[in-house]
Design a protein around this ligand. Structure first.
Ligand SMILES: [Ca+2]
Length: 150
């Protein structure tokens, strides 16, 4: 617990500690793209267990039938999630708080995988804070898995 800080009622620790909250979202920051698209978002607790289960996917906008649920189906199959506009967000709300220490973003099938986003969390589903920030991730291949520590 060395170095743990209390901020807004949430214990935040660097590295292995993680952040506890029930609501999580990727807030995309790529203004040069007209839509945001990924295949999967997985949230892991400090022990490496997938805690993005039993939740409800949603998004600020959806292109056609490229539903948010496609980003939480634990498989590359079934297509990507794709938003209806730039600067979208992709959200996963769980009925209880989970501690997230790492997360994975699986790149989309083709064009449109984002290079910049904030991973945000919320205790009430209304007020959001940044847990992790990614900017200018270099070009990557389709379905590539990128894992981040918050
Ligand atoms: Ca998927």
């Amino acid at each position: 617990m060395l170095g743990a800080k209390l901020r807004a009622g949430v214990i935040i620790e660097g590295g292995t500690g993680g952040i506890s909250a029930p609501h999580w979202r990727l807030s995309f920051k790529d203004g040069s793209r007209s839509r945001d698209r990924i295949n999967e978002l997985i949230l892991f607790d400090p022990q490496g267990a997938d805690v993005s289960v039993s939740g409800t996917p949603s998004a600020s906008s959806v292109y056609s039938n490229w539903y948010p649920s496609r980003a939480f189906n634990k498989t590359l199959s079934g297509g990507d999630f794709m938003s209806g506009s730039a600067y979208s967000w992709l959200r996963y709300s769980i009925p209880f708080s989970v501690t997230v220490a790492e997360y994975e973003v699986w790149a989309a099938e083709g064009y449109g995988s984002p290079s910049s986003w904030d991973l945000e969390y919320s205790l009430d589903g209304t007020s959001w804070q940044v847990a992790h920030e990614v900017r200018g991730l270099p070009n990557y291949n389709q379905h590539e898995v990128n894992r981040f520590t918050i």
